[in-house]
Design a protein around this ligand. Sequence first.
Ligand code: PLP
Length: 393
Amino acid sequence: MSIDKDQLETRLIHASSHVDIERKTGAVNVPIYLSSTFHQESFDDFGPFDYSRTGNPTRQVLEQTIANLEGGVRGLAFSSGMAAISSAFMLLSAGDHVLISEDVYGGTYRFVTEILTKFKFDYTFVNMTDLHETAKAIRANTKVIYVETPSNPCLNITDIEGIVKIARANQCHTFLDNTFMTPLYQKPLELGVDIVLHSATKFLSGHSDIIAGLAVTKNEELGEQLAFIQNSFGSILGAQDSYHLIRGIKTLSARLNQSSYSAEKLASYLHDHPLIEEVFYPSLTYHPGNSIHARQSKGNGAVLSFRLPDKDAAKTFIEQIRLPVFAVSLGGVESILSYPATMSHAAMPKKERLKRGITDGLFRLSVGLEHVDDLIADLNQALRVVEHQRTLV
Ligand SMILES: *Cc1c(COP(=O)(O)O)cnc(C)c1O
């Protein structure tokens, strides 16, 4: 019976084990095929694998798994999220124009503004929460609309179906970075997106122990083209990391549901705190993207952002906080607190950064699996010190 009829939570566990490889041994886990090359039994009839850059059995299981979970036809695993994203951009040709969410991930911003431009691509950053503005920015040579929703770090919400409609009317493809939601909460291909991209370093692997990227295409033609680029560029995911990612994916729903539950509680705690100027989380009813997000996603995720008054407050806060690690990245079992101004968005000029709401008081919190009461108590004691210090000056 086909696994495709099962709920996503079930497929997270079983999608990777419905492959022929294990049938020979009964092993419940995928073997790690540490082999760069493959012996060919016959002179003129080669087997399914020849060289691991082109294809590796462990990586192939991962690639089939993510394609199944996202509801696409072809999955591809890369050595990082940026490798997946930059490879997808290589589907374009010189002279093409792309529209990009203005609050895109900092590394994507850097790739577009400093690498793509060398190859005579043109780009425009637009506020994709505004469909009129997006449609107006389309040019005759626009080939791709690149979306991130919720975006990073202010969790702006883009109407995916609205963007797809604009893209289709203008013969463009839509690419979407689904890192924050994962296929558990958001299925962009079902809404008409052509390629879904992931930093699998984050929630999909979930333990802050590997760097990995994934792409899934809606149709076979794009899948073939992207596989050709993957093989030509060679930024593939190794067999060991492919195994780790398959393992991480199995616990995704337990982790993400629990962390999202805690994130919701933390968002409402922070919202009520007098020192916090703003909280960004899609479930907050005053969040401008609240209803669109609720329509296109099944969950709010484990990432939220909040704004302290200024840099001094931010510094004191970080010096006091005990539980979350102070680091870049997100999506781990440990809570991760990051400071976008000098971390994820350090590559962005200050003027661009402030325009996107990334002030010197902004923090992003990726909520892990600690008990939520401990996290709230920790935030509370750190904020108390900040408050105390502010009354002294
Ligand atoms: C981390 C991240 C990336 C980049 O992925 P890497 O695995 O670090 O290369 C891209 N998009 C988003 C939304 C991210 O959070």
